[in-house]
Design a binder for this molecule. Sequence first.
Ligand SMILES: [Zn+2]
Length: 224
Amino acid sequence: MTDAGLDQAFDKVRSLLEGDLEHPGLTLYDLRQLVGYPEKGDGPLCYTLPEDPSFHGVTAVRFFYYPRDPEITLIVEIEDKQGKRHLRHFRWNGSGWTAPIGFKGDLLATRESGSSHGLLEIAGDFYVGYPLEEAEGLAEYIRRGEAAGNKYLLCPRDNTRIFYAPSVAAAGLACPRCNNTTLLYKTLSFSNPEDRLDQILREQKALRVALEELMLYLKRKLGP
Ligand SMILES: [Zn+2]
């Protein structure tokens, strides 16, 4: 389902954070000014963006500043007309905003799954056919090691894990990272040392991807 108002709000936020032809991007200094840091305490502090034609399709756009969080500096929250909150996480790297490892920082509206094959990426894993909240809940269980017995597909090429909702035909899925269609059927079991090895490999891979993205970003910002 496409929501033009939401797309427009995301576009506007992207141009605010990254800058456009007329304006430089938002800096950490600007963000602190907006939320009133440090006068208003050490956070998290919230700033609601003022009315703007680009925001007519959504209820509100808010910036949350986390001065004391080592991983996350800024959370952008776009609340749509249905009251659903779309969150994007950012970390200030000294010259711009990047997504912290394992978080979603792309400023595009989330395509909701519903009955179609929506694909969500959370903490380096992919979730197919789950509504956002459910996928986030499952990701949290997995992180805490409480989701033993859960079935997933594993891409043997890059150790990508794909968790799929019961309504999804797993046989038709491909790895979202490399398009490989030969995926292994796996079941989470945290007592199995092989799974822990998989997990370490997967985390390493996620870290490498994040570093590569950071390098590309820096190259783009600083020139060759
Ligand atoms: Zn793959």
